[in-house]
Design a protein around this ligand. Structure first.
Ligand code: 5GP
Ligand code: MN
Length: 320
């Protein structure tokens, strides 16, 4: 890994115009990781474009420094694209192959689509991989970068709750605080600016919770109608599946959301089930404890639930 960190940094130093890109429908880790390099590269005198194909971006991340510089337009000419938190090339929403691509990620399902691939599936967040790369190259981390790396870490560890959290994660968090991060500020920005429409959506979605497989598998539904009635937006659905997983008996929770192109599924497990296997089966990907996919051109919730029930009960039984 140290060699890769050095090789990647050399390539960055040798490039003039760098694109920092992250996956469509970005989460805190995707945007945080890509934004974290911006002040550092600017300080090095680089031309930098921060790219994300999604519009609009999730507003709950608008406090991240340089959030307003993210664009959905790729420049015509550039030397290097660095991708963050994107398990496959198609998740970047980019048509043409970049001149050179450094792929930085922590998804176990990463397809290694880069010219340099820095994939650490044990990392708690992609931002931890970025942090390790900066440290390996003795790069000073300004406060404006540290806040992005820290926010990515908080969001991808469910506020330091997941199995990926260890001594290294807390050491990194402490170092980021020394770099200028105020954890209470980040927590308030992330968790104390809730939308009433989101709470109203939760109330409707929770009514659809269905337990199966001896209460170990839970389904929850979000329909377009629910979103319309409550005025909720897609971002408002982000944590529903986590709350459903929190039911005592549940090992695997699955949210089904009606999207324009089909049914989006979000899978979460608690202790032992590998949900990435099921997501990959349906053309998606992710991690052992958090994965997702979109079942394209399918809008029948009942049918999809029946299908998934079999897969999810199987992975739950296998691991018992
Ligand atoms: P979520 O359920 O919150 O959308 O995603 C959980 C995890 O699975 C995230 O790490 C996300 O990147 C990954 N994931 C979600 N949907 C897809 C998908 O359609 N394809 C791939 N490759 N990964 C996905
Ligand atoms: Mn991530």
């Amino acid at each position: 890994m140290q060699d890769l960190f050095k090789k990647a940094w050399e390539r960055i130093k040798d490039s003039n115009h760098i694109v920092l890109a992250s996956h469509i429908n970005p989460d805190g880790d995707a945007l945080g990781s890509s934004l974290s390099l911006y002040p550092i590269l600017k300080e090095m005198g680089k031309k930098v474009t921060i790219f994300n194909a999604t519009k609009p971006l999730p507003m709950y991340l608008d406090f991240l420094p340089n959030f307003d510089k993210v664009t959905d337009k790729l420049p015509k000419n550039y030397d290097l694209l660095v991708s963050f938190d994107s398990g496959s090339f198609d998740r970047l929403g980019i048509e043409e192959k970049p001149p050179f691509l450094i792929n930085i990620d922590h998804h176990i399902s990463n397809t290694k689509y880069g010219d340099i691939n820095i994939i650490d599936s044990k990392a708690a967040s992609t931002s931890q991989v970025v942090y390790n790369m900066l440290k390996a190259n003795n790069v000073q981390i300004p406060a404006s970068s540290a806040i992005c790396i820290y926010t990515a870490l908080v969001t991808d560890t469910g506020s330091f709750q997941y199995e990926s959290v260890n001594d290294k994660v807390f050491e990194m968090a402490a170092d980021l605080v020394r770099c200028g991060v105020k954890p209470d500020f980040v927590a308030k920005m992330l968790f104390q600016r809730d939308r009433l429409s989101r709470l109203r959506l939760l109330a409707k979605a929770y009514e659809t919770i269905e337990l199966t497989c001896d209460g170990k598998v839970a389904f929850v539904e979000v329909t377009k109608e629910m979103m319309e009635i409550t005025g909720a937006i897609k971002d408002d659905t982000d944590t529903i599946v986590n709350s459903v997983r929190a039911i005592a008996s549940v090992e695997v929770a699955c949210m089904l959301r009606e999207d324009d192109d089909g049914i989006k599924i979000s899978l979460r497990s608690k202790n032992y089930a590998d949900v990435s296997k099921v997501a990959i089966k349906y053309g998606g990907g992710g991690h052992v404890r958090a994965a997702g996919a979109t079942i394209k051109d399918e809008f029948d919730f009942k049918k999809v639930k029946e299908m998934l029930k079999e897969d999810l009960c199987k992975i739950v039984k296998e691991g018992e």
